[in-house]
Design a protein around this ligand. Structure first.
Ligand code: AFD
Ligand code: MN
Ligand code: MN
Length: 424
């Protein structure tokens, strides 16, 4: 489903948008900022959408169907095409195998190209049983049984092959492996088997691919997780090689962890692979990015921009993706909100007077440093983000257009009330 330009012409730009943009432009110009340059930067910042985020989210207790969910990979691409058309903020999909095995890779590639969607990192799945010969109940890459490890390695190699056929350049590994009870697993053996398994996977990657290694402190295992934190992920990446880096999923930390510091440290070591954006209050809540902790998101972007400008790790080497569940929201609406929040956090972080901050830091001016950050964070950048979108053909208010054009209702009419997307 594509929205025609006729339908979009019913949405003229609100004159208040131009007024607020002009006001902000004057303010930023007085501060020495170039508004066109900022708009360029906001426009070129694109975020991938995972194929599993297009269906109804929920929790392990239940799921409340919204209807009109994509029934196959083609329809998942259609949904991302819609998001791209309205927001101009996403240009890639991240697929999950076996949920999204393409029947005809050439046809899928062509369809994606028509929608101007590329293929971001591929995701393997060794955290569920889906009819494969051996069970992952006791782990996959870390399993005590070598034949299970072999099967999990083979699966990852298969994911790489599928990704190659689509033009992807990365493999994301999230390992659910761990144990639920003390004594169940031998920590050192589990880590060693994981390292050995990952080495085989890494060796099977084409030379222009990268491996993105996630970490998570708990869940689905509640006593020990084999890769619980960024430190363990870093250790493993260091053993693998330069093209293995750490993936930061914002929900994979214990409450109050200083994620911006983790980002800075990883960039300092040129070890940051990318992001899975979401928000969290307690754990892997998969809340909409920026809904609970927008200041944290801003501080993370401050570190990302600083790390790039200071030459620690280049911005272009980092992958950006949303990984959220939406719970009781319409997935497409939630993704639009997330794309907007991420853009706002980025735009605000671009406004930080870095030279002033540097001086405050060097002179021990604690109050001054806070003022610099707060000034940028409290700037209303909505007109800037909106203008960036409008100038490249997006709509001023994606969510409003989505609702007024009754897109969900149309998707339900076309796909049915109980259609269900593959995924968690
Ligand atoms: C789950 C995990 C992890 C991973 C995703 C896809 O918590 O975030 O990226 O599944 O495998 O959400
Ligand atoms: Mn994730
Ligand atoms: Mn997660």
């Amino acid at each position: 489903m594509k929205i025609s330009s006729d339908q979009l012409s019913d949405f003229p730009i609100d004159p208040f948008h131009l007024k607020s943009l002009q006001l902000l432009g004057e303010q930023l110009a007085a501060e020495g900022q170039n508004i066109d340059l900022l708009i360029d930067q906001i426009q070129s910042f694109q975020i991938a959408v995972p194929s599993w985020a297009l269906g109804t989210g929920g929790t392990r207790f239940g799921r409340f169907q919204i209807g009109g969910e994509p029934r196959n990979l083609e329809e998942k691409l259609d949904d991302i095409g819609l998001l791209a058309q309205l927001t101009k903020k996403t240009d890639a999909v991240s697929l999950h195998i076996p949920w999204d095995i393409p029947k005809d890779a050439t046809a899928i590639r062509q369809k994606a190209a028509e929608l101007q969607i590329g293929f971001d990192a591929m995701n393997s799945n060794t955290f569920q049983d889906y009819g494969q010969p051996l069970s992952y109940k006791m782990g996959s890459l870390s399993n005590a049984d070598a034949s299970v490890r072999k099967q999990a390695i083979e699966h990852n190699l298969e994911v790489i092959r599928i990704g190659e056929s689509l033009g992807s350049k990365g493999l994301t590994v999230w390992l659910a492996d761990g144990s639920n009870f003390p004594g169940q697993a031998n920590f050192r053996n589990a880590l060693q088997w994981t390292a050995d398994s990952l080495k085989e996977i890494y060796a099977g990657m084409p030379s222009d691919w990268k491996l993105l290694l996630e970490y998570k402190p708990y869940e689905p295992n509640f006593y020990h997780t084999v890769i619980p934190d960024w430190g363990t992920s870093s250790l493993l990446c260091r053993q693998l090689g330069d093209r293995a880096k750490v993936l930061v999923d914002l929900g994979h930390h214990l409450p109050n962890t200083n994620i911006e510091q983790i980002v800075a440290t990883l960039m300092h070591q040129n070890l940051l692979a990318g992001f899975h954006f979401n928000d969290s209050k307690y754990g892997d809540d998969d809340l909409s990015t920026g809904s609970a902790k927008p200041y944290q998101l801003f501080l993370i972007f401050c570190e990302l921009i600083a790390g790039d400008l200071d030459g620690a790790q280049g911005w272009s080497s980092i992958s950006w993706m949303i990984d959220a569940s939406h719970n009781t929201k319409d997935p497409l609406e939630d993704l639009m909100q997330a794309l907007e929040s991420i853009s706002q956090a980025y735009a605000k972080a671009l406004l930080v007077d870095r030279e002033k901050l540097r001086i405050c830091q060097m002179e021990g001016d604690v109050t001054g440093a806070q003022e610099v950050l707060q000034k940028a964070f409290l700037t209303d950048v909505r007109s800037l983000v909106r203008e960036a979108r409008i100038r490249i053909g997006g709509v001023a208010e994606p969510l409003e257009v989505f609702r007024k054009l009754k897109i969900r209702e149309k998707l339900i009419a076309h796909r049915g009330k109980s259609s269900q997307a593959t995924g968690l």
